[in-house]
Design a protein. Structure first.
Length: 457
């Protein structure tokens, strides 16, 4: 079916307040290459299962139910007009894990997760409705923002390499997978190979899936995991146990004190979230230059309403340690790169993003795919955390505007990774007051790096 769109106009939609509803085959062409890629890349979504089994003691089938619910709500973005591939709030995962681990295992820990995710969802919805996203983030000193992002990256690396962590379980597999992964994703040498060779180019566009496929073979060869035992049936998520033992339907609402205690961690997670929002917009702007035939509108306030709503609903139906973020950066880049190749490659960005997420949802229902990656889900998670740790530290350092900012950020990052968000915010505010004094309140912070950059030009 051909979906008509005037040159330079938006893809057809049904208006619904702040949302623009687009349905497959009605408002956008289904992109089968992205759908089949999604079938395979659901392996990354499944990497959330070890987090929930470790932190909350969830059985595998119960954690699978949470992943499937999260997958269904991923569809809300493109269906409601947000032209992105959504994902986790990956840099904030270690912060949330550490926060929840401070509560006794069982009802208290589940309540802590529910309170956090509900607060994050409602806060994001409020920001989106008021259109205040930029103002909230601008009110936080650069030194503290830098420290939060760096600390999230450090916490991600610590969670993998701490004594008894995932590296101790899969030392050879993680070493090989991470080495290959960093070479494929970040190496200048491989970037040059992608430009010259179609095979390397295809590997680069698959994100981290080729590395996960490598881990499926490497882990059994080193005796760190069993060979996959494929089951040829549909998956069987356990929703009844989920709602009885891990939600407000069976446990009741968390006490008010838990909502108050969660505030610093919610703010820290939101700083990370806003960075993803800015990154999503920047990636789409680059693609706009190559695809003037489709007007792609990215509205940060609408994005806040959608991912805020996802978090609020998931806190009720299936609390999730990976949280509901606005962007899966790696796959968003892959989809927009194919979109930028022209109308013949991808008719609309909504077709690519939507078809990919329809594919991941299909894959989660197929046990051959689930059981194929089940033995190495810990490796997939470690790889995701280490890549995110690298990116977070790099981005966090760039947020600092001076040597003083960077010094404060280093202390905030260390406190965040070891003592949590509340201590990190307290340390950051105290250091900013001591070092910048009254300028802290006027927002007149040192911008030595910015001045140096200007002089360098």
């Amino acid at each position: 079916m051909t979906i008509h769109r005037e040159d330079g106009a938006e893809q057809p939609f049904w208006p619904a307040g702040p949302f623009k509803i687009r349905l497959p085959f009605v408002h956008y062409r289904f992109e089968w290459p992205d759908y089949f890629q999604g079938l395979l890349m659901c392996a990354v979504d499944l990497a959330a299962i070890p987090l929930m089994t470790e932190l909350l003691g969830m059985p595998f089938e119960v954690a699978l139910a949470v992943v499937i619910l999260n997958g269904i709500f991923y569809l809300a973005h493109h269906l409601l007009g947000d032209p992105v591939v959504p994902g986790w709030i990956t840099p904030a995962i270690p912060l949330l894990m550490a926060y929840c681990a401070a509560f006794p295992e069982g009802t208290d820990r589940v309540h802590a997760l529910i309170a956090f995710q509900m607060m994050l969802g409602l806060f994001s919805i409020g920001i989106g409705m008021a259109g205040m996203a930029h103002k909230v983030v601008a009110a936080i000193p650069q030194a503290i923002k830098s420290g939060i992002i760096i600390g999230a990256g450090i916490a991600a690396v610590i969670s993998v390499f701490q004594i008894g962590g995932r590296f101790d379980t899969f030392p050879f597999t993680i070493s090989i997978a991470v080495g290959v992964g960093f070479y494929v994703i970040f190496s200048r040498h491989f970037a040059a190979l992608k430009e010259r060779n179609r095979l390397f180019g295809a590997i680069g566009k698959l994100g981290i899936f080729p590395i996960i496929a490598l881990a499926i073979v490497v882990a059994p060869l080193f005796g760190e995991a069993s060979w996959p035992n494929l089951e040829w049936r549909l998956s069987s998520p356990d929703f009844m146990t989920l709602w009885r033992d891990y939600t407000i339907f069976g446990l009741g609402l968390p006490p008010l004190s838990m909502f108050l205690t969660a505030i610093p961690t919610v703010l820290a997670a939101y700083i990370v979230v806003f960075g993803d929002v800015l990154q999503a917009r920047a990636i789409l702007k680059e693609a706009d230059l190559k695809r003037p035939d489709e007007k792609v509108e990215y509205n940060p306030d609408r994005a806040h309403l959608i991912f805020g709503g996802r978090n609020a609903v998931m806190s009720v139906l299936g609390p999730d340690t990976t949280m509901c973020g606005p962007l899966w950066a790696a796959m968003h880049v892959v989809i927009t790169e194919r979109f930028a190749q022209g109308k013949k490659a991808m008719h609309s960005i909504f077709g690519g993003a939507g078809s990919f997420r329809w594919g991941t949802n299909t894959g989660l229902l197929l046990m051959p795919i689930v059981t194929l990656v089940q033995p190495i889900l810990g490796v997939a998670l470690a790889l995701t955390l280490l890549i995110q740790g690298y990116v977070s530290v790099r981005i966090g350092v760039m947020q600092a505007r001076s040597q003083r900012d960077l010094g404060i950020a280093g202390v905030v990052a260390a406190v965040l990774a070891t003592r949590g968000a509340a201590w990190a915010f307290a340390a950051g505010i105290l250091l900013c007051l001591l070092i910048y004094g009254r300028d802290f309140f006027r927002g007149e912070w040192d911008d030595t790096f910015a001045k140096d950059a200007t002089r360098g030009e």
